[in-house]
Design a protein around this ligand. Structure first.
Ligand SMILES: [Zn+2]
Length: 352
């Protein structure tokens, strides 16, 4: 997501761009959800969370795939009053904290700055290829990354990358009021106004590792808190998914019925045993500070997690929050998968 119009108006009215006193949920309130176990030598798939929707997946001890790769996190004041661009020091710091020097593949999950702005520069530093739509390609064209290092996504067509199979399922962006819809149609050379990073096509990334083997694993990364009715269920065609990494930015300002529909269209559609919430942190604060939820001006994370805790308990699913930068094993103590999958028999939204 990008900052909502309410946030912009609040800043303009108050004249306050540092926003030191904005209230927000206390992260300590959710400490019992930060309990994913650290990865160990027996963990086949290991994950690090770098804030917003940046996730690094490792398999058998080697980095394999990174979503987004966003580390610059310019402050709200800079976003509203200046041009922004990748921050080399922040990228180096973020990659250092992620303990990664090389990664084969980076996948931005849509083209907004808080997902895709840094990706070509992270690819340059890590030797990665970049995989995305036409907007992502135009972000890369504005960087020194060679265009031969960028691959274009075809919706629904699986991409095989080593032991990984990636399928890009078209998604909808969270229904925030300042979405900047549309494509990036020419090379985007930073620094630029935040509005230059148009939305592009949001994706749900369906990842299968070693499908058809005893080592098979699967997960979804759904970065933005919107949905296309039935899209994930259709794409999965009855297949279950172990884990959904669910982006919830802005979900706390949605109607309760819409939030439940988001859960139904993602978590229930995949019949996931575990849900790990992402994109809940205050993206206007650097990664050298402890992560904290977004302020009540832009979101209400307490409302989202309390609602999803109820839904997870009712469904018999496990709900967690990822530690920042610490390598965790998302498959440890994974609850048993329920059968059959919801598949195309999605339940409708429940009304308040
Ligand atoms: Zn966005």
């Amino acid at each position: 997501m990008v900052v909502g119009a309410v946030g912009v108006i609040a800043v303009l009215v108050t004249g306050c761009v540092a926003l030191p006193g904005l209230r927000r949920p206390d992260i300590a309130t959710f400490s019992e959800r930060f309990t994913l176990p650290p990865a160990n030598d027996a963990s086949s798939v290991r994950v690090r969370f770098g804030g917003v929707s940046t996730l690094l997946f490792e398999v058998d001890g080697a980095p394999a795939l990174m979503t987004d790769g966003f580390f610059s996190r310019p402050g709200l004041g800079a976003i509203l009053t200046a041009k922004i661009g990748p921050d080399a020091a922040a990228i180096s710091y973020g990659l250092g904290q992620m303990d990664v020097e090389a990664v084969p593949l980076i996948v931005p999950l849509h083209a907004h700055y808080d997902h895709a702005m840094d990706a070509p520069w992270v690819a340059l530093k890590t030797g990665a290829r970049l995989l995305g739509d036409a907007s992502i390609r135009n972000i890369a064209r504005g960087s020194p990354l060679a265009e031969t290092r960028v691959d274009t996504v075809t919706p629904g067509k699986p991409v095989v990358f080593g032991e990984w199979t990636l399928t890009f399922i078209p998604a909808e962006h969270a229904p925030t009021r300042f979405r900047l819809p549309g494509e990036i149609t020419k090379a985007l050379r930073p620094p630029a106004r935040v509005s230059e990073w148009r939305e592009g096509q949001p994706w749900t990334l369906f990842v299968e590792h070693a499908p058809g083997t005893h080592r098979a694993k699967s997960f979804l990364v759904h970065a933005s808190a919107g949905y296309r009715p039935g899209e994930i269920a259709r794409a999965l065609a009855g297949r279950c998914v172990d884990i959904v990494f669910l982006g919830v930015g802005g979900a706390g300002h949605q109607r309760s019925s819409e939030r439940e529909r988001l859960w139904t269209e993602t978590v229930r559609a995949a019949n996931a045993s575990r849900v790990i919430l992402i994109h809940w942190d205050d993206l206007f604060q650097g990664l050298d500070q402890p992560l904290r939820p977004m302020s009540y001006v832009t979101d209400n994370f307490a409302r989202t997690i309390e609602h999803f805790e109820r839904l997870a308990a009712a469904d018999g699913r496990d709900l967690r929050l990822p530690p920042v930068f610490d390598l965790f094993d998302p498959y440890s103590d994974l609850p048993a998968q329920r059968e059959p999958c919801y598949g195309s028999t999605l339940t409708g939204a429940h009304r308040d």
